[in-house]
Design a protein around this ligand. Structure first.
Ligand SMILES: Nc1ncnc2c1ncn2[C@@H]1O[C@H](COP(=O)(O)OP(=O)(O)OP(=O)(O)O)[C@@H](O)[C@H]1O
Length: 87
């Protein structure tokens, strides 16, 4: 995960990321407010992706002919205040 963040060109976390990423990694719920362009998206997506990595089997939907029990369920809900931010 850290390597991929570095490959994205992110060398230093923004202030909102510095506070949010450790808190989310510890399992806390977070409500954060910061101005546009301050890096809020990565502040929640980096720890979310970190938690989801390695859980592909759990995320996979059941498929016909495959005996291994797998299930599909939402693990993350991201709420946006407008349609434009969601697309
Ligand atoms: N740690 C970082 N280092 C360098 N660039 C970053 C970092 N975090 C985010 N960025 C870049 O800064 C830009 C703005 O980030 P982003 O759009 O995620 O901010 P935001 O706060 O979510 O904005 P908005 O309020 O519009 O949703 C993007 O191009 C993003 O790739």
């Amino acid at each position: 995960m850290v390597r991929n963040v570095e490959l994205s060109g992110y060398k230093v976390p923004t202030p909102i990321q510095r506070y949010c990423i450790p808190a989310i990694n510890m399992g806390h719920d977070v409500i954060a407010v910061a101005q546009t362009g301050s890096g809020k998206t990565a502040a929640y997506l980096i720890p979310i992706l970190n938690k989801l990595m390695g859980k592909a089997k759990k995320l996979a939907a059941p498929r016909p002919g495959i005996d291994t029990p797998v299930r599909a369920e939402p693990l993350v809900v991201i709420v946006c205040p407008s349609r434009e931010l969601a697309v």
